[in-house]
Design a binder for this molecule. Structure first.
Ligand code: ZN
Length: 368
C-alpha cells in the first residue's frame, strides 16, 4: 500500500532506527527511551503488562524515565484506539513503548501515531513481523479488517527479548516462520512486476538480498529453533529464526512489497475455521498456492512439503482450520476474494478466478 505518490523510478528503503535482540534485551529499554525524554507510556494488555512491566520499569527508572502503564483491552477497533488516545492525552508522554503480540504492538503504534511521538516496540512473541514496520491494522467490531494506517516513521527501536520468546507456545513461532517464508517469493514477484513497496517506491537491491537471506535462514534453522522452544531455552537457531521472523521478514515486506501469498489472507479470512487462524499460518498456505502458480518443479514442491510437515505448517485447508473437505463453493469464495487484494497485481501474469481455483484444487488433491 503506497503512502504517497513518488516518481515511478524512485527506490525507497525504510527501517527502524535500532534493532536489539537477545536474552534479557528488555534491559535496553530504559537507555533507548531516555534518548527521547523522561516520560514513557507502556501500552499492552493485562497479561503482557504483568509479564514485562517490572523489567521495563526496572530498566527505565535508573535511566531517568518514568513509565506509566496504559491497559489495552485486546482488540484494535476505532473505539478502543479513541479510548486509549483519550487516556494518553492527559499524561505526559515523550515516547510510547508498545508491548505484546501483533495487536498489542499495533495498539501502541496507534497511540504513538495520534500523540505524534516515537514508538519503541517490545514483541513478546515472534509470530509476525509487525514490530519493525510503520503500519498498523484496525479492525471493526466483527474482526473484519477496516483499514491499514501508516505512521510517518518506523519504530525508534525494536527490542526483542528472546528469553521471553523462548517461553511462547510453538504455534506462535510457527506462525512467525509462515509469515516469513513467503517473503523471498513475494518480493521477487513484486520486483519483477515493478510493483510499489509499502513506502510507495520501488524495492532496492538490499530488499531482494534480505529476502533471500530470510528464506535461507528459515530452512537452515527452523528445526533447531523448534527444539530450542521445547527446551524453553534460546540458542543460536532460535536467535536466527527470531531475526528472520521479526527483523528480516518485516524489512522484506515493507521494502520489497507483497504478492499472492499475502493476498490469500483476504480469502482465507472469509472461510469458516481458517478465518481466525493466525496470520502467519494463513500466509504459509498462501505461499504454497503462490509456488504452484509459479510452476515450481515437483522436487522443490516435495522439499517444501517435507519442510512444512516436519515443523508443523499447514499443508491444506483442513490443517488450517476448515472444518470440512473444501467444496467448490469454498474454493470459489477463496479465489474470488483473494483476487480483490491489490498485491495480486504484483505477479508475472494477470490471474483469473479460475487460475487461482485450479491451483488451490491441485494443492488440496496432493496426499498429505
Ligand atoms: Zn504478514
Amino acid at each position: 500500500m503506497p503512502t504517497g505518490s513518488h516518481p515511478a523510478a524512485r527506490r525507497i528503503f525504510g527501517a527502524p532506527l535500532r534493532y536489539v535482540q537477545g536474552p534479557g534485551a528488555l534491559s535496553e529499554t530504559g537507555p533507548m527511551a531516555a534518548a527521547l525524554g523522561p516520560h514513557a507510556l507502556l501500552v499492552g494488555d493485562a497479561f503482557v503488562l504483568d509479564m514485562v512491566g517490572p523489567a521495563v520499569t526496572g530498566s527505565c527508572q535508573p535511566a531517568g524515565v518514568q513509565v506509566t502503564p496504559l491497559l489495552f483491552a485486546g482488540e484494535i477497533t476505532p473505539a478502543e484506539i479513541e479510548r486509549l488516545v483519550a487516556a494518553a492525552r492527559v499524561l505526559p508522554a515523550d515516547v510510547v513503548i508498545a508491548a505484546g503480540g501483533g495487536k498489542g504492538i499495533d495498539a501502541g503504534k496507534a497511540v504513538a501515531h495520534h500523540l505524534r511521538v516515537p514508538v519503541i516496540t517490545l514483541p513478546t512473541i515472534a509470530s509476525n513481523d509487525a514490530p519493525t514496520s510503520k503500519i498498523y491494522v484496525v479492525y471493526d467490531e466483527q474482526h473484519r479488517l477496516l483499514k491499514v494506517e501508516h505512521m510517518p516513521c518506523n519504530p525508534h527501536a525494536v527490542i526483542v527479548d528472546t528469553a521471553l520468546i523462548a517461553r511462547a507456545p510453538r504455534k506462535l513461532l510457527l506462525a512467525g516462520i509462515g509469515d516469513a517464508i513467503s517473503k523471498k517469493f513475494e518480493v521477487a514477484q513484486c520486483h519483477a512486476a515493478q510493483g510499489p513497496n509499502i513506502f510507495g517506491g520501488l524495492g532496492t537491491r538490499a530488499a531482494l538480498a534480505l529476502a533471500d537471506l530470510c528464506f535461507e535462514t528459515l530452512l537452515a534453522h527452523a528445526d533447531g529453533a523448534v527444539a530450542a522452544l521445547e527446551r524453553q531455552s534460546p540458542d543460536d537457531s532460535l536467535e536466527a529464526i527470531v531475526e528472520a521472523s521479526v527483523l528480516l521478514s518485516g524489512l522484506c515486506f515493507e521494502n520489497g512489497g507483497l504478492s499472492i501469498a499475502h493476498s490469500m489472507t483476504r480469502g482465507l479470512s472469509a472461510l469458516p475455521g481458517t478465518a481466525y487462524e493466525l496470520h502467519g499460518l494463513q500466509v504459509a498456505y498462501g505461499t504454497m498456492v503462490q509456488w504452484h502458480l509459479e510452476n515450481r518443479p515437483p522436487s522443490f514442491m516435495a522439499d517444501m512439503r517435507a519442510f512444512y510437515r516436519r515443523i508443523g505448517l499447514p499443508l491444506n485447508l483442513q490443517q488450517l482450520g476448515l472444518p470440512r473437505t473444501p467444496t467448490d463453493v469454498d474454493i470459489d469464495t477463496l479465489a474470488t476474494l483473494t483476487l480483490t487484494a491489490p498485491h495480486m497485481r504484483n505477479f508475472d501474469r494477470v490471474l483469473k478466478v479460475q487460475d487461482l481455483a485450479q491451483a488451490i484444487q491441485a494443492l488440496e488433491a496432493v496426499p498429505l
